[in-house]
Design a protein around this ligand. Structure first.
Ligand SMILES: C[S@@+](CC[C@H](N)C(=O)[O-])C[C@H]1O[C@@H](n2cnc3c(N)ncnc32)[C@H](O)[C@@H]1O
Length: 301
């Protein structure tokens, strides 16, 4: 496979390419759900893992892993995804409750089941954008479970490297009303130009009192830690080469860009939240998580 474009589009669903990372996060959420000190609950996650041939043999409980929490992938990395899920659950609920927004846009939604899991205020609409094959798989699994969303849910099959704003507004998104946006585990799979365009689009479609959270990796991190146990175990245990899927171009400074556009921003490491919540991964040597940053932004009144 040569070239980032091919890497990202080669397989449309969850069976390969970047789509399979959605299954990885689902497996991590399944494991997190069944921990005695769980940070987040997702009762749907294990159903995705078991339904896809690519992941049917993966663990959905840490007890199914021979070395349990000592396993870099299903122990520490899975816990990272559990922490991220919890922190971003809290962000979304806080934003809609305090800020009054009733439109939530999940960019690269993957197998995120927040529309089904969280207690949304009445009148909320959750827009989920991902590639068609991923959303079709999600629809099939959730349909088989007769899962009922707790808010209006609008899946929008689109490639986020192309124009997606028209599809969002055509689906009922109102740029004149406040909105909450999330890009969780997405931006490092997009070319830099697509990230810049995505941030511009969010800004253009966001009125005052809108909020945004997203995850990035510091640019140096995309070159460093290449033999971090998190990357090597993910590659060797389940055949997902994250370093190959990341787009290793110079990255834009989207937090600075948003600040220039008038948003107030705060940037955190995941470890900040581990300390705050009392559980989750802490720094290690040669750590693939060292460069991860979670950015929170608000567009003032
Ligand atoms: C690591 S998963 C994260 C999924 C979800 N946000 C979560 O945290 O569970 C990355 C997701 O980004 C989606 N994605 C990557 N590149 C994309 C693109 N160009 N257009 C739309 N979705 C994309 C993948 O299909 C996948 O579902």
């Amino acid at each position: 496979m040569a070239g980032t474009a091919h890497r990202n589009t080669g397989v449309e669903g969850v069976e390969g390419g970047v789509g399979r990372t959605a299954l990885l996060v689902a497996a991590a959420r399944a494991i997190e759900t069944h921990r005695h000190d769980s940070l987040a609950q997702d009762i749907y996650a294990e159903h995705f893992v078991l339904a896809a041939p690519a992941s049917a043999g993966w663990p959905v409980r840490v007890q199914q892993v021979a070395d349990g929490d000592a396993n870099p992938l299903w122990g520490r990395f899975a816990r990272y995804f559990g922490l991220r899920t919890r922190v971003l659950d809290d962000f979304l609920l806080r934003s809609v409750r305090a800020g009054g927004a009733r439109q939530v846009v999940l960019l690269g939604a993957g197998l995120d089941t927040r529309a089904f899991r969280l207690d949304w205020p009445s009148g909320c609409v959750i827009f989920e954008i991902d590639r068609e094959g991923v959303l079709a798989f999600k629809h099939k699994v959730l349909g088989g479970l007769s899962a009922a969303p707790k808010a209006a849910r609008v899946p929008i099959p689109r490639d986020l490297r192309a124009d997606w704003a028209g599809a969002l507004t055509d689906s009922g998104f109102d740029p004149a009303a406040p909105s909450v946006w999330l890009a969780e585990g997405l931006l490092f799979y997009l070319p830099s130009a697509a990230e810049t365009c995505l941030i511009d689009t969010i800004d253009r479609l966001s009125t005052a009192r809108s909020a945004l959270a997203y995850e990035v990796k510091l640019e140096k991190d995309l070159r460093a830690y290449r033999d971090s146990p998190l990357y090597t175990s993910t590659k060797h245990q389940i055949g997902i080469d994250l370093l190959d899927l990341f787009v290793g171009e110079p990255r834009p400074d989207s937090a600075a860009d948003l600040a220039d556009k008038g948003w107030s921003t705060s940037v955190h490491t995941p470890f900040d939240f581990t300390r705050r919540l009392g559980r989750g991964p802490l720094p290690e040597d040669n750590d693939a998580l060292a460069g991860n940053r979670w950015v929170f932004a608000n567009k003032p009144r």
